[in-house]
Design a protein around this ligand. Structure first.
Ligand code: COA
Ligand code: ZN
Length: 302
């Protein structure tokens, strides 16, 4: 049975686009509960500018108060050296550095050129120097909502740079749900061939309903690590048209039905998904939490 590994991003990618501030206690309680569900990783928060991402201005408090569960890595998103220093101080298990493969999206999201981001993140890698594992998330790898196509050669150029600088992993992000399954297969094959020894994670958004199909295409091509967001929440506030990540519990439910080992206890996870609308104050896109698992049978109507 193929083992797949999930990184839960609901309290970072999921919450960052929500209009109403989610109380710190709710974030901590959710992370603590998610830590009991079998995730390989949880992206708890981001160490970004509180002006850029006000939702995550409580990153230090969240990191200081969550319970650390052995076997569950706590990763955090980091855009620059300042963020890296804050992340190290908070004893994150991994730093997830971020930049975009699209010039326009990088400017919009991080307020600098790709070359500046690449140089800045390279400084971060040197600064961290073996103290904590580093992952680099590359945004808009399957297309940019402002520029359109992002050539595979551009994705590979940045990926190769960070591989050469000794990162442990790379995350290939479909920031606004532009990927389709054939493109995913092509990308997966290219990445696995070029970086067979790195942790390779794929990060999809379901903006156009292709999320689960893309997961399947990636799994069939040999990718074993995925980001997902509880309830299907999420999106980059600086990418026009962004909407929810692939829904963790829907993806996990599908993969388990197909016989994959995800490590996740769905019976623990689904109640957390069902409690999410109360936390965010609105309905969420996930479907399995509403419909129940395929093994939950209904009584015969009277
Ligand atoms: N943590 C906390 N504060 C930070 C920071 C960090 N990592 N990086 C910068 N700041 C602060 C600076 O101290 C400065 O504060 P001040 O206005 O009180 O003096 C302010 O933010 C601006 O700093 P500057 O270096 O000029 O950055 P910027 O305004 O060009 O913003 C980023 C650059 C990357 C810090 C900011 O755009 C950001 O945090 N973006 C987040 C993007 C994101 O998370 N997107 C969604 C996920 S992909
Ligand atoms: Zn995302």
């Amino acid at each position: 049975m193929t083992r797949l590994y999930f990184n839960e991003v609901v309290t970072r990618d999921g919450f960052q686009i929500e209009p109403r501030f989610i109380p710190t206690d709710d974030k901590i309680a959710l992370i603590d509960a998610l830590s009991q569900c079998g995730y390989a990783k949880i992206e708890a928060t981001s160490f970004t500018s509180p002006k850029a991402i006000p939702m995550l201005r409580d990153a230090e408090e969240v990191m200081g108060r969550i319970q650390r569960v052995p076997g569950v890595e706590i990763t955090v998103l980091v855009p620059n050296l300042r963020g890296a220093e804050r992340a190290l101080e908070s004893h994150a298990d991994e730093l997830n550095l971020v930049m975009s493969t699209s010039e326009t999206h990088n400017q919009t999201n991080l307020r600098q050129s790709r070359a500046q981001s690449q140089a800045g993140l390279t400084d971060v890698i040197r600064h961290v120097a073996g103290r904590t594992p580093i992952n680099v998330s590359l945004s808009t790898c399957f297309g940019c909502p402002m520029e359109g196509d992002v050539p595979l050669s551009e994705v590979m150029r940045f990926a190769q740079h960070f591989a050469d600088h000794g990162v442990r992993g790379l995350t290939v992000c479909d920031t606004t749900g532009m990927a389709h399954p054939s493109q995913v297969q092509h990308m997966a094959e290219a990445m696995l061939k070029a970086f067979p020894r790195l942790q390779l994670t794929f990060h999809f958004h379901n903006t156009r309903g292709m999320g689960l199909a893309n997961i399947l295409a990636a799994v069939k091509s040999g990718i074993t690590r995925f980001d997902g967001s509880l309830g299907g929440l999420g999106g980059c506030p600086y990418a026009p048209g962004a909407s929810g990540n692939i829904c963790s519990e829907d993806a996990i439910h599908m993969l388990q039905a197909m016989g994959y080992d995800t490590g996740i206890d769905l019976d623990r996870l689904l109640p957390l998904a069902r409690a999410l609308p109360e936390i965010v104050g609105h309905d969420v896109p996930g479907q399995v939490a509403k419909a129940g698992k395929i093994t939950d049978l209904h009584p015969v109507p009277a």
